[in-house]
Write a protein that binds this ligand. Structure first.
Ligand code: ITT
Length: 191
């Protein structure tokens, strides 16, 4: 088995990705390798932030690893909140972050947006990136209570319900994160 560190402390994410990459790889979390550092995320693109995570682990521990960064890009806001998705309003409070998005959009007719994930993988002395995106629109009021983040205001194209109205299975089948993870899993399986 090849050990691969996933730059996350989210046990749920780790379990989900482990199931997708199969038993050729044994995934470890930051907790598993005793890394309690606050890994910098200062890039201006998802790719830069994802790579900062793997660069950090490679430099400090010399381990094979991957890390991801995600967020919401709204066209009428020039791609914001983008890499600032988690703290758009200056806090991590998602009520305030969503309020700010809705306030900035106001009655704007152009409400197209996408969720994006970029994964950086460092394995066998190679640096690779995998990207996933899902297009949709931002509605004017929150709908649904499932999921997290901006899910209550995002309707993916081809659907008439928000991510927050979908079951986790339904969302995971089409989400930006699962698209990026599937691409990485496909690459790892064919190694
Ligand atoms: P880690 O970096 O510690 O994993 P994070 O909260 O920064 O946690 P992400 O980089 O995956 O997580 O995403 C950044 C923000 O983008 C996240 O806090 C949400 O506000 C938003 N976001 C990402 N994926 C989302 C999704 O599937 N649904 C709703 N919002 C999402």
């Amino acid at each position: 088995m090849i050990e691969l560190v996933f730059a996350t402390n989210n046990a749920h994410k780790l379990e989900e990705v482990q199931a997708m990459v199969g038993d050729k790889f044994c995934l470890k979390s930051l907790h598993d390798i005793d890394c309690q550092d606050d890994i910098p995320e200062t890039g201006i693109t998802f790719q830069e932030n994802a790579q900062q995570k793997t660069d950090y682990l490679v430099n400090k521990y010399g381990l094979y690893c991957f890390g991801d960064d995600s967020g919401l890009e709204i066209d009428a806001l020039n791609g914001e909140p983008g890499v600032y998705s988690a703290r758009y309003s200056g806090t991590r409070d998602m009520e305030q972050n969503i309020d700010l998005v809705l306030e900035k959009l106001g009655d704007t007719a152009n409400r197209t947006a996408r969720f994006k994930t970029v994964i950086s993988l460092y394995l066998n002395e190679k640096q690779l990136f995998f990207e996933g995106a899902i297009e949709g629109t931002i509605i004017k009021e929150r709908k649904g209570v499932k999921g997290f983040g901006y899910d209550p205001i995002f309707i993916p194209n081809g659907y008439d319900i928000t991510f927050a109205e979908m079951s986790p299975e339904e969302k995971n089948a089409i989400s930006h994160r699962s698209i990026a993870v599937s691409k990485m899993a496909e690459y790892l399986k064919n190694l």
